[in-house]
Design a protein around this ligand. Structure first.
Ligand code: HT7
Ligand code: ZN
Length: 871
């Protein structure tokens, strides 16, 4: 099996300057004619052949400057079209004809058809499924695209860039011509043709360019894209304000489709979205969906500069665009909503998704150095840890110098395919600070442990810090890295103390300790009292914190820390440790009481914004608790411990929770942050209170009376998860299904909710759902709802001690793999933490993984994940 290595990177021997594409769409087939303006790169060998990538293509014609190429001057293999004896200098035109069958393309890469709509997905290597090409990100060309299609099936014809011309053709067909003046790599190519509804608007940039905005959806759904349009306009304005980045075409089009492998795609001027991240209204979408739409709309828009104008030299540099763009979308949400709430949500995501990846067999550095299948590297490490690294650069340099570094990056590399080295150099130059110890973060995989010890006597506080990185599955280095550690010293009055530190082996300035070596020490003198040490504020480095701070100090910080993130972290760490203990040895109400009381107090604290109260109230998920348990995890015990803690919390919250529930009932829906926060708080509490009382009636009432999907689904979740056998639950599930039977996005929720319901009959339920007429394995959202809901969100059932949960998932993945390897591979990562299970389950999981690996027709995507999981 071929391994691609960073060290083997070489520029191409040929440049492609222009691409002229004619795409003719017919029922059942597409014909593509590409005219490529090519030139041998000055200095490259005259004898070098040109090897163009191809995948599942049928070559129908081939010409050089209009002359058919003779036999023997080219070869065609399943992966390439290789041309020999091409001109030594000057530009020449290669004309290539191919045919494809979009209707049969279930991989959803290249040109495919979804609900009658033709659309493309080219990242990472999909363009080679449309025509033969140098399908790699460092080959930048301008594109002119003519689409011809039947007008009835496809009145809307879209491609990248600006529209040039359109008109009728014979036989009920028509055409549209598009031109994108910005040189781009092939992975940003897109076209869409279909019968779509549209929502239109416009935006005028700071420089005075009027941009026509349009969001295309399947028929009858455009009223649901109003919020997405609003999010788009806010994103455009924010990028101008915060980063000085303006949009650069006359149109910006978004198309929402039903069948899509990921969330969305940032194709130049023509973003294609999974409709889950566009379509919303209060009756069908939850507050979480609203947040998701806002984030993904912003993320794809921000790629216009970080990804499109400046792209990646090769796929090893993926974090250059993805980590940076996640950082930018996180900052957007922080500015638009609440900084503390957004930071907590990002840290929760990092810990629940990236930490297990970084601590298990799928570990890889933020910039990997080898891969077998690039699609498997769109990971939490590249995206979310990648964003943390950008955040650390901003922390190290401070806001002004960080902005200067970004400005230099945009100025210096606009129109180029860049590397992480290029990026870091901009910050070193503009920031005037060496990032030598920092750049190791990109190369060294794993979550470092930051140990902190404090001693205090006579007004003198000493903080001793040390860092350690264990070598993991990736086998990368373990050198000390530059760790910015934000901190505060909190007095008993709840205010930060002013204290000037002295440091050795570390630097301390502006509330940040810079740990550059393995060990460092910081001393504060003349303190009026022993402070509460609020460490790693803002989660300023993605580390595991080892700080044996007393429970009393942490409970005090959870009440007093003037930094909202610090309050949450102190409490969340205590809750995590308490539940990890319970997951090892069983839940003890007496041991947990002080911590759960603090949780209830956080939930009730009216000085905090509602979303933050909801975050203070939420308990970590079972996956996160299992990670904290560490070794020999029994997922059944973890589940029982968490449920017991929820019920106990409901008892402790008592009257105060009942009041919160009663006060909010009937609040009208609004997507504004405070309203969202109040719903989140009430719905978190609803589960606690219902469990404490062993009574489903509150949830039943909420379900029946809900005026929005957030409250309706939260109530249904309480019923399905905690009262699975009650007749009321069955009736509610049926009613939900019947009400929304024609709505795919809501039906996904119905599948997901049941797949993730932890109870003894869960596997039988999921098997039944897999045979439900509305279950479609070929639709990624539906497959993710059922298989992902079960394998990743239902640890109790997935990890059944008899291994039947594993075997069910293996069967489904093997079937899915034949249709859509990329989605199958992604879902298979649910097995990634199998080594930390107790021995019985560990062996069964390993057996299942080995059985998948031995499957006769296994794809490269799935095999790569399974092999690496087993290594
Ligand atoms: N850059 C996009 C990644 C993506 C993708 C990758 C592989 C296969 C299908 C895909 N669809 C989208 C999304 C993003 O990060 O913005
Ligand atoms: Zn992205």
């Amino acid at each position: 099996e071929q391994v691609i290595r960073l060290e083997d990177y070489r520029p191409t021997d040929f440049l492609i300057h222009e691409v002229d594409l004619l795409v003719c769409l017919f029922e059942g087939r597409a014909e593509v004619r590409a005219a490529l303006t090519v030139e041998r790169r000055p200095g490259s060998p005259e004898a070098a052949s040109l090897s163009l990538d191809g995948d599942e293509l049928t070559l129908t014609s081939l010409a050089l400057d209009g002359e058919r190429l003779p036999e023997g001057s080219y070869e065609v293999s399943p992966e390439a079209l290789t041309l020999h004896g091409l001109p030594a200098s000057g530009r020449f035109t290669l004309s290539i004809g191919t045919t494809l069958e979009p209707e049969k393309n279930t991989k959803l890469m290249g040109l495919y058809r979804t609900r009658g709509v033709w659309c493309t997905q080219c990242e990472a290597e999909g363009f080679r499924r449309i025509t033969y090409f140098l399908d790699r990100p460092d080959v930048l060309a301008t594109y002119r695209v003519r689409i011809e299609a039947p007008r009835a099936a496809a009145p809307v014809l879209l491609a990248n860039g600006n529209p040039v011309e359109s008109g009728p053709l014979e036989g009920g067909r028509h055409f549209a011509l598009w031109h994108d003046p910005h040189p781009k790599p092939s992975y940003l190519f897109a076209l869409v043709a279909g019968d779509l509804d549209v929502l239109k608007d416009d935006f005028t940039t700071a420089g005075g360019r009027k941009v026509d905005l349009a969001i295309y959806t399947e028929k009858g759904l455009s009223a649901r894209s109003v919020y997405a349009m609003d999010a788009l306009k806010r994103s455009m304005a924010w990028d101008e304000r915060r980063f000085g980045r303006e949009y650069d075409l006359d149109v910006f089009n978004i198309v929402a489709v039903s069948d899509f492998n990921m969330g969305a795609m940032e194709n130049k001027g023509l973003n294609v979205f999974n409709h889950k991240y566009v379509l919303l209204d209060p009756d069908t979408a939850t507050d979480g969906d609203y947040a998701g739409v806002e984030t993904v709309i912003a993320h794809e828009y921000f790629h216009n500069w970080t990804g499109n104008r400046i792209t990646c030299r090769d796929w090893f540099q993926l974090c250059l665009k993805e980590g940076l763009t996640v950082y930018r979308d996180q900052e957007f949400t922080a500015d638009e909503r609440s900084r503390a709430v957004k930071r907590i949500a990002s840290v929760q995501l990092l810990k629940s998704q990236q930490f297990p990846e970084d601590q298990g067999p799928l570990q890889h550095p933020v910039r990997p150095t080898r891969y077998r299948e690039i699609n498997n590297f769109y990971t939490a490490t590249v995206y979310d840890k990648g964003a943390e690294l950008v955040r650390m650069i901003a922390t190290i340099l401070g806001p002004e110098r960080f902005r200067a570094g970004m400005d230099l990056y945009f100025e210096r590399h606009d129109g180029e395919a860049a590397t992480i080295e290029d990026f870091l150099l901009c910050f070193e130059e503009a920031g005037g600070r060496s990032l030598e110890r920092f750049r190791l973060w990109y190369a060294q995989a794993g979550t470092p442990t930051l140990s902190v010890r404090e001693t205090y006597a006579d007004g003198r506080l000493t903080l001793s810090l040390s860092q350690r990185l264990a070598r993991g599955a990736a086998g990368t280095g373990t050198e000390p890295m530059h760790m910015p550690v934000r901190f505060g010293l909190v007095g008993s009055n709840g205010a930060d103390m002013e204290a000037v530190p002295r440091a050795e082996g570390a630097k301390a300035e502006d509330g940040i300790i810079h740990l550059l070596e393995e060990k460092g020490e910081v001393v504060f003198e003349g303190l009026p009292e022993r402070p509460l040490v609020s460490i790693l504020r803002d989660f300023s480095a993605p580390v595991t914190l080892d700080f044996p701070q007393s429970r009393e100090d942490r409970l005090a910080l959870a009440r007093l820390d003037p930094d909202a993130f610090g309050r949450w972290r102190a409490l969340a760490d205590l809750v995590g440790e308490t539940l990890a203990d319970a997951g090892r040895t069983g839940f003890s109400p007496a041991d947990a009481a002080p911590v759960l009381q603090a949780v209830a107090a956080g939930a009730a604290d009216e000085a905090l914004e509602p979303s933050l109260r909801a975050q203070m109230a939420a308990l970590p998920g079972e996956g996160e608790i299992a990670r904290l348990v560490g070794q020999d995890v029994d997922p059944g015990r973890v589940h029982r411990a968490r449920i017991a803690a929820m019920a106990e919390l409901g008892r402790i919250g008592g009257e105060s929770f009942a009041r919160l529930l009663a006060e909010g009932a009937g609040e009208p829906f609004s997507p504004a942050p405070d309203s969202v926060g109040r719903r989140a708080l009430r719905n978190t509490i609803l589960a606690f209170v219902s469990l404490a009382a062993g009574d489903a009636s509150r949830a039943e009432r909420q379900f029946a009376g809900a005026t929005n999907m957030t409250d309706r689904l939260a109530a249904l979740a309480v019923l399905a998860h905690h009262f699975p056998r009650e007749a009321a639950t069955r009736k509610a599930l049926e009613r939900f299904h019947d009400t929304y039977a024609g709505d795919d996005l809501v039906l996904d929720k119905w599948f997901m909710l049941q797949a993730s319901a932890a109870h003894e009959d869960a596997l039988a339920d999921v098997e039944r759902l897999a045979a439900h007429p509305a279950f479609k394995l070929a639709n990624p959202n539906r497959a993710r709802a059922l298989i992902g809901g079960f394998a990743s969100a239902n640890p109790l059932a997935f990890h059944r001690p008899d291994g039947a949960g594993y075997r069910f998932v293996a069967r489904m993945l093997t079937e899915l793999d034949r249709l859509n390897p990329q989605t199958a591979a992604r879902l298979a990562t649910a097995f990634r933490s199998w080594r930390s299970l107790e021995p019985g389950r560990r062996e069964l999981a390993a057996q299942t993984l080995r059985a998948i690996a031995q499957g006769k027709q296994i794809s490269r995507d799935l095999k790569d994940i399974v092999d690496r999981s087993l290594q």
